[in-house]
Design a protein around this ligand. Sequence first.
Ligand code: ADP
Length: 739
Amino acid sequence: MHDRCRTLAGAVLRSALVNDLDFDKLLDAMPDAVLVADMESRIVYANASVHTLLGWAPEALIGQSLHAIQPERLHEPHDIGFGRYATTGVRSLFGVPIRLTARRFDGTECDVELNLAEIRDTSGGRLVLGVLRDLGERVELERHLAVLRYLRAITAAAAHLWTRLDPKLVLTTLTDVLVNDFDAALARTWIYERETNLLRLTTSAGLSTRIKGSSRETMDVATHPSKVAAVARTRTPLIRNGLTDAAFDQAWIEREDLKSVACLPLVAGNHLLGVMVGFFREPMRDEVSETIGHLAALGAAALNDARLVGQEREARAVADRARGRFELLARVSERLARSLNLEVVAQDVADALVPDFADWCVVDLISESRSLETMAMAHRISEMADRIGRLRAMYPPSERIPPHAIYRAIDSGRTVCETVNDEELVARAVDDHHLALLREVGIGSHVVVPLIARDRVMGAVSLVRGPERPPFDADEVATAEDLARRTALAADNARLYRSAQQAIALRDRFLAVASHELRTPLTVVRGNWELLGRRLRSMRTASDGQREQIDTSLRRLGQGIEQLRRLVEDLLDVNRLRGGSVELHRTELDVVALIHDTVAGIEDPATRAQVRLTLPEETVLGWWDAARLTQVIHNLVANALKYSPPGTAVEVSLAALDTKVTIRISDSGIGIAADQLDAIFEPFSRAPNASAQHYPGLGLGLAVSREIVTQLGGRIWAESPGEGRGSTFVVELRRGSPA
Ligand code: ADP
């Protein structure tokens, strides 16, 4: 189509020439500017449209050099090209549309398309015909399209920027977009560290990272002479065409053929976050300088969000870690409170720490002879615990040089926290088998915390992580120390408890043997005392006075023997009743009658008169062991009389229900402190007020009574408003059945 038009135009022109039509009018009617120049590059013809396009009056151009309508920078290339054509006739630019910039009359420039053709004047001389077409609108359109393209690239980048808000990723996206979409030859970003006022080179794309290792990898914003530092300092973008400034490495600029640079600060709010730089091989086009600012703004916003997300993530991680530590401490404390057994305590702690806090854990105690006694161990993989056991048995931690971390912790009383690499394992291993075991259990880092209680180092807790896990950080070491403190305290309590238990067991064994051994001679003494009494009383030779003296001595002796007998019986009872070796003989009996009889058994009439009974008239039957129940009532009444002032009343009452009876024995005596109400039922336990006021007693009666009542299926307890305010002992018994 285009070619057909051209042919047509040629035909019209030819006919115009042939028919001698007004050729000038024809050319003036054309919308394009038409110029004809001779071989000296002088304008010999210009049509009317020259004025519309270039602002020149056509006649004013006649005789002028073509330079008149060219920007100065194109003069030299024009002269060279035109000169070559004039002398050689080589028409390299003819026949193809050329895009170039023309200069208007007023000095402004415009984009034009130039088509060249050679024509001849009437004498056959060569002339050059140029047709200039205004490209202003098209160029503008193209520019808009380019802007659109860049904006689209930026929008696409935005989607990417916010997918994973990580600073490094944001900056990588920026450099990639600069290179791939903005055609940068080299793109770089620096991140700004506010604390140090440093810019740190973070991402680079395009040309080789030649600058790596140079002074530009980190730059002090305050002092560095580079443009990048200046942009950060002033927070003002630098967009420059022509890179002749000495601040740029000229050799490099020339070698890489770089023409322009855009260096923009990444700023969000008032915060400088970094700097983004692009070097280009083209002069900076308007569309790039217009849109690159958007990219920087977007990058800065994403970077800021990434920073905030990072801060939040960090804060959440800190809170999570604190919560984890708190939960761990609570878990361990709870376990520590569960038992007073040393091994159980240690194993509970080890189990609570593995596998979350450590991959494996060993709790050791140190003996007087400085050997280690392993109290507990736990491993993430349960079978591995045996492996640790084997390792410890075959290759016990050595205290020789270099001493094992456990000995170092125990001897210094301080935590040992170390990372351990394979070389150190090799150095530590005694032989190949030892090394294999060490590698197998997995040692990458350990924390060994001494167990200290009452200023004494008892042992150590060793916490170990495998090489694949990060070593313990400062917070975790503090947690381990806290745990060790609690463990040491619990272990110390367990140890004290164990020695107290051992002492009690020893005492009980001794008393069991002693009371048993005392019983036989006591029976002999008692028998002989009775015999002696009978014989002396029948002696006729004694006077009345002598007889009276003998009676008094015999009575006192009898009282002493009875006291001793009760004591031995009580001792035996405590042990037998607790050991479960006493069988109760239940029969149906009337507890009202039993109480009457027990009180009636009090020998001294005055003492007996102190006891006031409030008992039902009728019988109250139940299935109990008569002798044992009598023993309980007797103990309680005797105590009430013993621990209250002479002559004061002791009340004994009985309340009966269908299924149970409640017996209460109250006095107005020395009373019982609240914290002693339960303790006095322990064997050999006496309240401080009883001992302080020198009441005789061993603290066995109540222990025996509780054992009996418990075995009868009942309960016994003491009540008192406090010391000096009297006491009440309550016995509650189920009436029961023959079974
Ligand atoms: P004992 O009387 O031989 O000390 P018990 O086992 O009978 O042994 O009593 C234990 C302790 O209970 C006494 O030492 C005393 O402190 C306290 N106690 C028992 N009965 C009374 C009471 N009626 N009033 C005050 N304290 C009492």
